[in-house]
Design a protein around this ligand. Structure first.
Ligand code: KG4
Ligand code: ZN
Length: 352
């Protein structure tokens, strides 16, 4: 029998994503982003995102169907992100998926956004190249570090469809959010991650020792695998204030490089200690912050030194997208999981 043809819908943040897969083969990955609309606010505005999803949904579905060259009637299932994420944004995707499932008479699978990021790693297709080296089959168990503007989570994945454990997550800002806020302090435009990456290239990462959140011995019992970035952001703000008082020009490149180093260091230190503690020699990265040059470089260096196999899906699949949701949906269908009843709704704090 042929592998399942699945359409996935993703609307947890500011990307309207509709992807189509056949099993592990990527057929289409259409995305519309409302990022530009949030730029003047310096961060994603939930109401603006929800409205943009509503406008983008139908055209994005149409584009995915055209790109994949399939007929909606041939779908085996529809999958949709039901959480975690922004409630109003999620609701638009869930409503669209239900409407599509009911009108086409297709089974519907409600899936977790974070697990979807791991599902991205299964996909194969033309023009899909791993962001680091050549990767074979995804082997389990694996530790997964998911870092974006909306989440910073460390997962232990033993089985994609039945056994995913949350090891830790941010207790305040997401890593990408910290990049965006610090970029703002430095007078750089939104989204700040790519800007800081660019400016940091010429700076000294050891110029200023910014704090690594939740890394003191006293944090290790309760927050060993959790993250905190709000103290780091405040520390950068304080450093800037003090420096401005001296009347000298702010060394933007050094601040950016030192901040980026602090984020990359704490992310990889925690992820690799999870690999070591749990005896899992595999680490998978996902989320928009994976685009960060220093995060990728440090991940490669530290993974190599620790004897850990590092996997990074292509960047187009690291940022939020519908294909990863379709991919997870296809796994659920293949595993014989029952579809979701239509009673489910968006759950902004959905656990894994
Ligand atoms: O996964 P993503 O596209 O989804 C959302 O969270 O919406 O991630 C976007 C986040 C933003 O906060 C952005 O600043 C950050 O990822 N980001 C980066 C880089 N590129 C994007 N952060 C650090 N360095 C980068 N090169
Ligand atoms: Zn995400």
């Amino acid at each position: 029998s042929q592998e399942p043809l699945v359409l996935g819908i993703e609307t947890s943040c500011d990307e309207t994503g509709v992807g189509i897969v056949r099993g592990r083969t990527l057929l289409a990955n259409a995305i519309a982003s409302s990022m530009d609309e949030h730029a003047r606010f310096g961060g994603v505005v939930p109401e603006v995102a929800a409205r943009a999803h509503l406008e983008a949904m139908t055209p994005t579905i149409e584009r995915a169907v055209a790109d994949a060259g399939v007929d909606l009637r041939d779908l085996d299932a529809i999958a949709v992100t039901c959480g975690p994420g922004l409630a109003g944004a999620l609701m638009v995707g869930v409503a669209a998926a239900k409407a599509l499932a009911i009108s086409l008479g297709k089974p519907l699978y409600a899936v977790n956004h974070l697990v979807g990021h791991v599902g991205a790693d299964l996909l194969q297709g033309e023009n899909l190249r791993s962001a680091v080296g050549e990767a074979g089959e995804l082997e389990l168990p694996t530790v997964a570090l998911l870092v974006s503007g909306g989440h910073t989570s460390l997962l232990l994945v033993r089985d994609l469809v039945s056994d995913v454990e949350m090891l830790g997550e941010t207790i305040d800002d997401a890593a990408g959010e910290a990049f965006d806020k610090v970029a703002r302090l430095l007078g750089l435009p939104y989204p700040g991650g790519p800007q800081i990456d660019r400016v940091a290239t010429g700076g000294n990462p050891n110029a200023i020792r910014f704090p690594r959140g939740l890394s003191q011995p006293k944090d290790m019992e309760k927050h060993r695998y959790d993250f905190s970035f709000s103290g780091l952001k405040t520390s950068v703000a304080r450093w800037m204030e003090k420096h401005v008082e001296t009347g000298e020009e702010v060394p933007v490149a050094d601040v950016a490089a030192s901040f980026r180093e602090a984020v990359a260091d704490v992310l990889l230190t925690k992820a690799l200690s999870a690999c070591k503690d749990l005896g899992v020699p595999r680490l998978l990265l996902g989320g928009g912050v994976v685009a960060n040059a220093r995060v990728r470089e440090l991940a490669q260096d530290r993974a190599l030194a620790a004897g850990v196999e590092l996997r990074v899906p292509p960047l187009s699949l690291c940022t939020d997208n519908g294909a990863m949701i379709a991919s997870l949906g296809a796994q659920l269908v293949a595993a014989g999981n029952a579809p979701s009843s239509l009673e489910f709704g968006a759950d902004s704090t959905l656990p894994v």
